[in-house]
Design a binder for this molecule. Sequence first.
Ligand code: CP
Ligand code: NVA
Length: 304
Amino acid sequence: MEKDLLSILDLSQEEILHLVDWSLKLKDLGNRGIPHRPLVGKTLGLLFEKPSTRTRVSFQAGMYQLGGEVIFMSPSELQIGRGETVADTARVLSRYLDIVALRTYRHETIEEFATHASIPVINALSDRFHPCQVLADLVTIQETLGNWRGIKVAFVGDGNNVAASWINLAARLNLEVVLATPPGYEPPQDTLETAQREGARVQITHDATQAVEGAQVVYTDVWVSMGQDREREERIRALAPYQVTPQLMEIAGPRAIFMHCLPAHRGEEVVDEVIDGPRSAVWDQAENRLHLQKALMLMLLEQI
Ligand code: CP
Ligand code: NVA
């Protein structure tokens, strides 16, 4: 049966390490201008319900670099927008495409699509998880800090899809994740329970200062994720004490790096001085989405 990536928990530790290694190899080949086109004749479908800059363009550019083709689809242009079921759409698209990435509001939509698809399905972000993001972040940590083993990642802010994927990653790898979030903004209980069952070093606190002490990575994301605009005011009020400032970075220590999956809402979850500062890894993070997703497509298409 074909392999999917709906959440980090679909991958073994070995597969994650293989992806990181290959991302760095592909990045090096790219930097040296050496063409690598093993996916000639293959087609990637991108079916996105929500906007995207990094994920869409890096998948698209990545597939072109590997020799393949891409078809971008939004639901309003497909019959799915007029009521054709997700299951039927998955069955039909599987007859045309070799691999597909979906960005949806509800995670269940990707699960349902994957159940009925006969090609590899990638979660390109859902309300629950953003696995491609944290895998690429691991590449950035490896490059920037030299190692991710044993590090402490302080995720400061909303316990959203990116935070949940970090918690999943802690269930697979030897790293510690401390999430500082206001009461009521924790990730879903089942994500935490699964991680705890797998022996993950995950802690939830309401104190941003405590979370960042001794952390090598201070990570944040927007306070209002796509699809949550109606809660904007209430979220900004609740999350205001969790802004990443130079003072918070000071507490983390002089060698801690700042990470953000982007897009950033400057002046909300992070201030300019931090995101534009010397310890910010955000542009490398964005670049590494390209290399990681190339490695991911090669792995799911059994080329590596
Ligand atoms: N980080 C990320 O997934 O960005 P986009 O929403 O621009 O794809
Ligand atoms: N948590 C954000 C991530 C964007 C890449 C969202 O879901 O909108």
